[in-house]
Write a protein that binds this ligand. Sequence first.
Ligand SMILES: [Zn+2]
Length: 196
Amino acid sequence: MLHFYYGVMGSSKTAQLLMQRYNYQQLGLRVALVKPAIDTRAGANVVYSRVGLKAKAELVLERGDSAREQLLWLAAQNACSGFEYVFIDEAQFLTPEQVQELADMAEHLDIFCYGLKSDFQGNFFPGSAALLRLAEEIHEVPGGLCWCGAKATMNTRIDPEGRVIKTGEQVLIDNQQQIRYIGLCYKHWRQGISHA
Ligand SMILES: [Zn+2]
C-alpha cells in the first residue's frame, strides 16, 4: 500500500518517519530508507530531522532514476533478505513518474512517503500532487505551528532578516542558510508576516 504523510515545515515529519522506521526495525521487520537526491542540506544520503534524529539513506533517487529499478537494485544488494517496508523522506521531490512506479510496486510493499504538500507559493509540488492522486492512505502529520499559535498549514520562504519571499523558483535549497522555510497559518502566510 502507498501511504502519504504530509505536513508543513516544522511539523517534525522526518522525526516521525525515523521513529516509525525504528518501531518497525524493533519488530524485526526489514525496512529500506530512501530519499530524493535534490535535498542536500545534511549530506547527499543523510535523512536529517531538525529535532536531531538522523539516519543514512540506503538509496538516493536521482530525478531521472526509475524508482522501480533502483528499489529492485537495492533489494538485490540486501542479499537474501530484501525488505518489506520502504520509507521515503522529502517525498515532494519525487517525480510524478517515480510516484506512479511506487504506486504500482505498492501492491506488494508498504511504502511510506513523508513530505510537504505545497510549496512556498501555495502550489502543489508535482510529486505531492501525484501522491495525493495515487496514495491509498493519506495522513496529515500534525504539530506545525505559526508564530501566532494557530495551526500552520502554509510553507513560507524567508530571507535572513525574516522577510517573506513570495517569488522565485519552486525549489531553492540554500546550504549557506541564507534562506529558510517556516510554517505559517493561512492568514499570516497571505499577509506575509513571519513573526510577531
Ligand atoms: Zn499565524
